[in-house]
Structures are given as structure tokens and as C-alpha cells.
Design a protein around this ligand. Structure first.
Ligand code: ATP
Length: 222
């Protein structure tokens, strides 16, 4: 299987402090993979390295195909409509990038809100817009930074169902960066646990969910 993301020996330092230390991580085509870690573990640094926003001190980052990001905090243009926010995600694709139809097919809940100001939507609705906006660039891989942050469990369950559909119907690869380890392991086939800039454990989610190192620190001991 071709990898869409291949991170090898990635090391990032900020003014002498090491934020990532020899991180190896891969995401295969059409695979759903999670990166779990506590505050300050280095998740945001990895996201920046994947988006090319910072230059590593060592190692390599290879992304094959188009990577679209669903940023932490969703980053809507609150005064623009839902439709305009979506179109901003497709600007690279020229005229074809303006067709928001496929996103509304995927998220019928958004179709009725298309003329609403994005800033007036609920957190869950905004997260759908952020995912839809990322899909407008027709990516091979979606990088989702904190899917569940600040959202009610029912809303998260609805988003998860949508992501499962997307994965099944389009074979989209997903790298999910998540503080909620339970959710991450439930949704993704494989996962990596980042601790103080290093991958402490990785493997199949089903195995990690039973691994004492993971259950004690990330799943409340169960
Ligand atoms: P959070 O979930 O809180 O965003 P994180 O896992 O994303 O945490 P990072 O933001 O990647 O963690 O930070 C990793 C480490 O690097 C932390 O110790 C942090 O204090 C440090 N760090 C992050 N950005 C900078 C910076 N610009 N300058 C110096 N140190 C930084």
C-alpha cells in the first residue's frame, strides 16, 4: 500500500527545546490513523511540520497527494455565509472548485444553512463546514486537528458517522489528531501515542485499547 503520509525521524526544536524527537509515522492510502497525546506532547508541532509551516531540525516529511486540513478551532470566516466558506476551500480548483453540491450531498444538514452566516452556527455545524471546506480541494488525505474539542458527545457521534461514510465511500485517508483517546481508538484502525515529543506506543487501535500503558494514561484506567 502506498503511504500518503510518511514521517521519518522527525525532529523539531524551538529555540533549543526539543518539541519532536525522532518521530516515525505513516498513513497508508485510504487508511484512518489517529495521533493521540496530552497537552504539550507535540501534536500541534507535528501538524505544522505536515503543513510545511516549520522547518525540521532533522528527518523528513513526505505527503503524497493533496492534504487538506480541518484546523483546530475550525477557523470559520464568521461574517461569510456557509456557502462562501466552502468555496474558499476549493479556490485552487478554479471553476470546478466552486461546486458546493457534493458537500451538501454529504452533509444535508448544511444545505438548509447555506445562506446563513457561519458565525451564527453551532460548534458541530461549524465543524461540518470545516470538514466540507477541506473536502472542496478534493484531497487524498484529510488532517483533522481536534475533531471533538468543545463539542457535545451526540454531536461528535454524528460527525464520526459522517467520517465513516466518507472513508467507506471515497476511500479518503484521515490523520486524526485527538485528545480524546477513546474516540480516536474507536474511529481509527491504527494509532500513535505521542508523549513529550516521542512516539511512546503505536499499533492497531484494538490492541492499544487493551494496552495497560494506554488504558492507564489515556482511557481512565479501564
Ligand atoms: P496542545 O494540545 O496544548 O496544543 P501539543 O501537543 O500540540 O499541545 P505543541 O504545541 O506541539 O504541543 O508543543 C510541544 C512542546 O513545544 C511544548 O513543550 C511547548 O511548550 C513547546 N512549544 C510549542 N511551540 C513553541 C514555540 N513557538 N516556542 C517554544 N516552545 C514551543
Amino acid at each position: 500500500m502506498t503511504d500518503v503520509i510518511e514521517v521519518t525521524g522527525l525532529t523539531v526544536r524551538y529555540a533549543g527545546a526539543t518539541a519532536l524527537d525522532g518521530v516515525d509515522l505513516r498513513v497508508g492510502a485510504g487508511e484512518m490513523v489517529a495521533l493521540v497525546g496530552a497537552n504539550g506532547a507535540g501534536k500541534s508541532t507535528l501538524v505544522k511540520a505536515l503543513s510545511g509551516l516549520l522547518r525540521p531540525a532533522g528527518g523528513t516529511v513526505v505527503v503524497r497527494g493533496r492534504l487538506a486540513q480541518v484546523p483546530e478551532g475550525r477557523e470559520m470566516f464568521g461574517d461569510l455565509t456557509v456557502d462562501d466558506n466552502l468555496r474558499l476551500g476549493g479556490w485552487r480548483n478554479g471553476r470546478h472548485g466552486r461546486d458546493t453540491g457534493p458537500v451538501y450531498e454529504l452533509f444535508p444538514e448544511l444545505a438548509v444553512l447555506r445562506r446563513r452566516r457561519a458565525g451564527s452556527l453551532s460548534g458541530g455545524q461549524q465543524q461540518m463546514v470545516a470538514i466540507g471546506r477541506a473536502l472542496m480541494s478534493r484531497p487524498e488525505v484529510l488532517l483533522i486537528d481536534e475533531l471533538s474539542l468543545g463539542l457535545a458527545p451526540m454531536v461528535v457521534a454524528m460527525l464520526v458517522a459522517h467520517l465513516r461514510d466518507l472513508h467507506a465511500s471515497r476511500g479518503l485517508a484521515v490523520l486524526l489528531i485527538e485528545q480524546n483517546a477513546r474516540l480516536a481508538l474507536e474511529l481509527c484502525e491504527r494509532a500513535y501515542v505521542l508523549e513529550s515529543g516521542r512516539i511512546a506506543v503505536h499499533g492497531r487501535s484494538a490492541d492499544l485499547a487493551r494496552d495497560p500503558r494506554v488504558t492507564a494514561a489515556y482511557l481512565g484506567g479501564h
